[in-house]
Design a protein around this ligand. Structure first.
Ligand code: IFM
Length: 448
């Protein structure tokens, strides 16, 4: 019996990102990225690794696509390394880099797997960083040119496009906390970076509309966090509203409403300075409506007022909870709460869950099999919450598990394991975990 059944055209998929998976860091003219520079800097990566080789997907992509077919994936979300296409970020196209993505898309289509392309998943060309990176407004124009090149090259075969992945992480982990590339600790810079990223998104969407006459669709993938006050006190309620503004509304409001949330704008101005927003920027937001929202869901925040926090709040670790290998609380019900809220606050957008998954210290059996029962439970509970939201009318169109195979988890190197497949770090041999076979059955029966 299928207890939870999904629509027949539901896109069951898996997601990856170029720097985390591809390797081949200097092959075929690929230019240096900020993550190459950062990961080669001592003290940045937990296990002192880089993704120079990663999973060697660049060379093994055909086998990887064949593997995807084994479990029946209907869609595959991957990102393009900007510096493969434009080694310096702008200027002359590197045809060999572009050819790789053409071949990947063709291989997917040949197997009946729908490609969903992310244009930016954190690997900025280092040459652009040398000119100020996302702190420089001009990077948004370079991004729109790069995006237009991809729309031109792949637009006839790619129907689903995502401009940016998790701009909050790019801005704040990379420029305020310094734990991601390019490694700055400058909060006002991070706020300006967030604005330039949103500008880049808007400009790319506008170019897409101008160029794409077919049935292509474009959106953005945001890491969104449902907020729960730590106590019913007015102070914690207010703190949780601020965290919501910082993490969620600062990105959602420009994309859907064409403006920034007043409370957060005021707070940035009071505590730091007014972000560098120019008069016509908001108009660009209004002229760039998306076709869908990508939701990356991993956690909720339990929020308390705190004078230590940069913006007057802190996220607390919930007591008596279960946590993943990342130290993130497992909280499936947050997904349906979040989805319903997005639906009601932002006029019923179409939604793809563009990332959700769990890092686990996998149970590696003697015969090399990984029996990751906790991943099966995690996915089942989260699918159920998505299903529940859909029952109440939220337009969820697909679900992409993070991630296809164990890969480079940014500053954690190879120490965290999110994959549906394990990868032997010596031979790079891939092997499905038990959860992948469970997922295959979910896809085949469209439910569980
Ligand atoms: O690995 C990352 C991914 O690149 C972006 N979203 C969260 C994942 C897990 O941390």
């Amino acid at each position: 019996m299928i207890a939870k059944s999904f629509p027949s055209d539901f896109l069951w998929g898996a997601a990856t990102a170029s720097y985390q998976l591809e390797g081949a860091a200097t092959l075929d003219g690929r230019g240096e990225t900020i993550w190459d520079r950062f990961s080669h800097t001592p003290g940045t990566i937990r296990d002192r690794n880089t993704a120079d080789v990663a999973c060697d997907h660049y060379r093994r992509f055909a086998d990887d696509v064949a593997m995807m077919k084994e479990i029946g994936l209907r869609a595959y979300r991957f990102s393009i390394a900007w510096s493969r296409v434009f080694p310096e970020g702008t200027g002359k196209v590197n045809a060999r880099g572009l050819d790789f993505y053409k071949a990947l898309v063709d291989a997917l289509l040949q197997k009946g797997i729908i490609p969903m392309v992310t244009l930016y998943h954190w690997d900025l060309p280092q040459s652009l960083q040398d000119r100020g990176g996302w702190g420089n407004r001009q990077t948004a124009d370079h991004f729109a040119d790069y995006a237009a090149t991809l729309f031109g090259a792949l637009g006839d075969r790619v129907s689903h496009w995502i401009t940016l992945n998790e701009p909050w992480c790019v801005a704040f982990l990379g420029h305020a906390d310094g734990i991601h590339a390019p490694g700055y600790r400058d909060f006002p810079l991070a706020v300006n970076v967030s604005h330039h990223l949103l500008l880049a998104h808007a400009k790319a969407v506008i170019r897409f509309r101008e160029m794409n006459k077919g049935n292509g669709r474009i959106g953005i993938a945001l890491n969104l966090v449902p907020m729960y006050p730590n106590s019913p006190s007015a102070e914690d309620e207010r703190a949780s509203r601020i965290d919501d503004g910082f993490m969620n509304r600062w990105f959602l409001d420009p994309v859907f409403e064409g403006r920034y949330p007043d409370d957060i704008l005021r707070l940035y101005q009071e505590r730091y300075h007014r972000p560098e927003i120019e008069p016509h920027d908001l108009e660009l937001f209004s002229r760039s409506p998306v076709d869908f929202l990508g939701v990356n869901y991993y956690m909720r925040h339990l929020v308390a007022k705190s004078d230590q926090g940069r913006l007057g709040f802190e996220a607390r670790k919930p007591p008596n909870a279960t946590f993943t290998e990342m130290g993130w609380e497992i909280f499936p019900e947050g997904l349906s709460v979040l989805l319903r809220r997005l639906d009601s606050d932002y006029r019923h957008p179409e939604i793809f869950i563009t990332e959700n998954g769990i890092a686990l210290e996998d149970d590696l059996r003697k015969d090399g099999r990984v029996q990751d029962d906790a991943r099966v439970s995690y996915l089942r509970d989260h699918f159920a919450e998505a299903h529940r939201a859909m029952q109440s009318g939220v337009k969820v169109r697909g679900y992409f598990i993070w991630t296809l195979m164990d890969c480079f988890e940014w500053h954690d190197g190879f120490t965290k394991h999110f994959g549906l497949a394990s990868v032997d770090r010596g031979s790079l041999e891939r092997r499905w975990k038990a959860s992948a076979y469970w997922y295959r059955d979910v896809i085949a029966s469209n439910g569980f």
